[in-house]
Design a protein around this ligand. Structure first.
Ligand code: FRU
Length: 318
């Protein structure tokens, strides 16, 4: 009697123990905590400091987590190469794709194909066409372009200004938006664009185009570069012609070691910050990988740095 009671108690304990173990095993299987996720990062080029910074921001955030591994591909400013990179990430069955596309239209199809293959996609900084992606992260380039236009109108205080506009690649949405926002803000004012060129975001192109502008026009008051490399290229051309003192230069990006440093050094009069969003992309990727629903669009803020406020950290753009 006594012996059988001991056996029963022993059996009960072992059943409880096994079921505990089983439950534990099951819950571990259903969490994602110990799964290693692979994220593909398709960067359109690493030839510009801003993109190097974007990848560094992705990396420093990703390094904080041991359940993600990021594989980087640099398309070297070649759209066809970037299309193949996306296709390679899809064939490799990455768990999530982050892409900063060179151009909108040609990368829209590959992004859709990734989505169709069940791979969530975060589009960073430059948009694709339509809304077949999981999330877009970037600052509002119409707002930044408008703020640049308003700054010029105010700075020249009704006296008017003759402007050279050195545009970012016009097949990429930030270039179109920075142009449209600026034009909207100067409409009806005395600010006049006397020369415009698509310098495709590149400093050497900007320098060349500015040389043409300088040879055609004796009177230039300001250069609006769609990014800081464009504004800097224009400054170098003006300096070589001995005319940099007569012209103001403004740009966009405001990296601490690039645009902001140019403002501190008196090369640029103003720069508007364009955050890379690299760190936020990783934070959002983790949410998506954990099965959470995320916002379709995350709009990043911006700051304005001028000669007057650069030492105190600039001002937030409203
Ligand atoms: C770098 C860059 C930046 C610019 C951004 C726009 O490739 O040209 O200077 O702000 O891309 O997408």
């Amino acid at each position: 009697m006594r012996k059988s009671r001991i056996v029963t108690v022993f059996m009960l304990i072992s059943i409880m123990f096994t079921s505990l173990l089983f439950a534990n095993g099951q819950s571990e299987e259903s969490t994602t905590a110990d799964k290693l996720f692979t994220i593909g990062m398709s960067q359109c080029n690493l030839g510009e400091p801003w993109r190097v910074q974007m990848n560094a921001d992705v990396k420093s955030e990703a390094d904080k987590y041991d359940n993600i591994k990021v594989i980087y591909k640099d398309a070297q400013n070649d759209t066809l190469k970037q299309r193949s990179h996306v296709e390679e990430f899809v064939s490799a069955e990455v768990d999530l794709l982050i892409i900063s596309p060179k151009e909108a239209q040609p990368l829209t199809g590959p992004v859709s194909a990734a989505m169709a293959a069940g791979i969530p996609v975060i589009v960073l900084d430059r948009a694709v066409i339509g809304d077949d992606y999981t999330q877009f992260i970037g600052a509002d380039n119409v707002i930044i372009g408008k703020a640049a236009g308003e700054w010029v109108v105010e700075t020249f205080g009704g006296k008017g200004a003759k402007v050279v506009e050195l545009m970012g690649l016009q097949t990429s949405p930030p270039g179109q938006d920075r142009h449209n926002g600026f034009r909207e803000a100067i409409k009806g004012s005395d600010v006049e664009v006397i020369f415009e060129a698509d310098v495709k975001w590149l400093e050497p192109n900007a320098r060349k185009e500015m040389e043409s502008a300088l040879s055609r026009f004796d009177d230039i008051d300001l250069v609006y570069g769609h990014n800081d490399p464009a504004a800097h290229g224009a400054y170098l051309a003006a300096k070589a012609a001995g005319r940099e003192g007569d012209i103001q230069f403004i740009g966009i990006d405001a990296l601490p070691h690039e645009g902001v440093a140019y403002v501190k050094d008196g090369i640029l009069n103003a720069t508007f910050q364009y955050p890379t969003g690299g760190n936020i992309a990783i934070q959002q990727a983790l949410k998506i990988l954990a099965g959470e629903t995320v916002e379709k669009n995350i709009t990043l803020g911006s700051r304005l740095f001028t000669t007057d406020n650069v030492d105190t950290g600039g001002v937030e753009l409203k």
